[in-house]
Design a protein around this ligand. Structure first.
Ligand SMILES: Nc1nc2c(ncn2[C@@H]2O[C@H](COP(=O)(O)OP(=O)(O)OP(=O)(O)O)[C@@H](O)[C@H]2O)c(=O)[nH]1
Ligand SMILES: [Mg+2]
Length: 355
């Protein structure tokens, strides 16, 4: 049973006892969703911290109840054990806080991780139920999942998408929620932060909602983007669910949102409406890829190098001849430079074909 309001430990306990079904509240549900989406150590620690802090508030009540003798053996704990439990939770919190302080010093690691890729990265963002996952599926329909090694646990939500002959990496993210409990804000930010560092943010809005709701949600999204220091990243707004609106409504709403939604494109993710226009808008804001060719003599490192290249760039052609391999690929400029250096070091020839 999931309750929309806060449950006191004694309430959760009595409900579970009366029904034989576990009772959790909104807070625990949100925490569970974040826990499933967190992939970096920092995000995981943030969530553990939120969990422990939650337990601590509950422990206080357990201690109180046990001491009053109102709830003897609550959850099988006597007064003495409750005190011990309380202390254990408190120690756990201190340990995590210490670890987090250490990790924050090394921030920027996940940003650096992006530079390991030749593709441009686009992150979906927006409120829960806006249609992010539907759009993610629509845009990546025929594509393969990204090599697991690249994003390890992110791989289930990161896939290659094709945009007019260009390939980009698209990442689905955890949705924004209204009335996010204060103690979960940091956990939410760190879960979002790890995915949102990209070349472009694709903000998904449920366009079928009333204008004032849309405006409120847009400004809340931008506030969060600012808080996680991602405001320099360009934004394209996908105004989703136009199948639920008339042509006139779409025009009117678009007009009203002119200054609030950057680079807006009305779409329907579910019915595949206007997705081409959206792809074009995304492509317009992408960093330019460069196209390049090279040939290198084969040695025992070559195959590793080639498969590394395949996972990180768009390889257009590959030929083997006389112990030489010739490749044409597309990648972002900084990554193409990396390839150039490798090729030079291995006595190959490198030609940049276009920018
Ligand atoms: N009518 C209509 N419904 C849509 C459209 N796109 C998505 N939906 C529906 O909206 C609901 C939410 O879609 P999701 O893609 O799961 O939304 P989300 O943004 O990923 O939500 P969270 O993962 O909770 O953040 C689903 O019931 C979809 O079928 C659309 O273009 N038109
Ligand atoms: Mg989703």
């Amino acid at each position: 049973m999931i309750f929309d309001n806060f449950l006191k430990p004694v309430q959760a306990y009595n409900l579970a006892k009366a029904t034989g079904v576990e009772a959790i509240d909104r807070f625990q549900l949100i925490l569970e969703i974040f826990a499933r989406r967190a992939s970096t150590t920092e995000a995981k620690l943030q969530i553990q911290l939120a969990k422990l802090k939650y337990e601590l508030t509950h422990a206080k009540e357990k201690v109180r109840l046990a001491k009053k003798g109102e709830q003897p053996g609550f959850m099988g704990l006597g007064a003495y054990e409750v005190d011990v439990y309380y202390e254990t939770v408190k120690r756990g919190i201190h340990t995590i806080q210490r670890k987090l302080r250490r990790i924050r010093k090394k921030r920027g690691l996940h940003r650096a991780r992006r530079l390991e890729l030749g593709f441009s990265c686009v992150s979906l963002a927006g409120y829960t139920n806006a249609g992010k996952s539907s759009l993610f599926n629509a845009l990546t329909k025929e594509s393969v999942q990204v090599d697991e090694g690249l994003f390890t646990t992110l791989s289930t939500t990161t896939r290659l998408a094709h945009l007019h002959g260009k390939k980009i990496l698209l990442t689905d993210t955890v949705g924004f929620i209204d009335r996010l409990p204060l103690t979960l804000i940091e956990a939410f930010h760190s879960t979002l932060e790890e995915t949102i560092f990209s070349d472009l943010i694709l903000l998904v809005i449920d366009f079928s909602e009333p204008l004032d709701t849309i405006e409120k949600k847009i400004s809340c999204c931008f506030e969060t983007i600012e808080q996680i220091e991602a405001s320099s990243i360009p934004v394209v707004t996908a105004l989703n669910k136009i199948d639920l609106l008339t042509r006139t409504e779409i025009q009117q709403k678009l007009e009203s949102l002119k200054d609030k939604a950057p680079n807006p494109v009305p779409i329907s993710a579910l019915h595949g409406l206007n997705l081409e226009a959206l792809k074009q808008e995304i492509a317009r804001h992408m960093k330019n890829y460069v196209k390049a060719s090279f040939s290198i003599p084969m040695d025992n490192e070559t195959m590793t190098f080639i498969s590394w290249l395949y996972n990180r760039t768009y390889v257009q052609s590959l030929k083997y001849r006389d112990a030489t391999v010739s490749v044409t690929f597309e990648a972002i400029p900084s990554f193409a430079n990396k390839v150039r250096n490798y090729v030079k070091e291995h006595k190959g020839t490198f030609t940049q074909l276009s920018t």
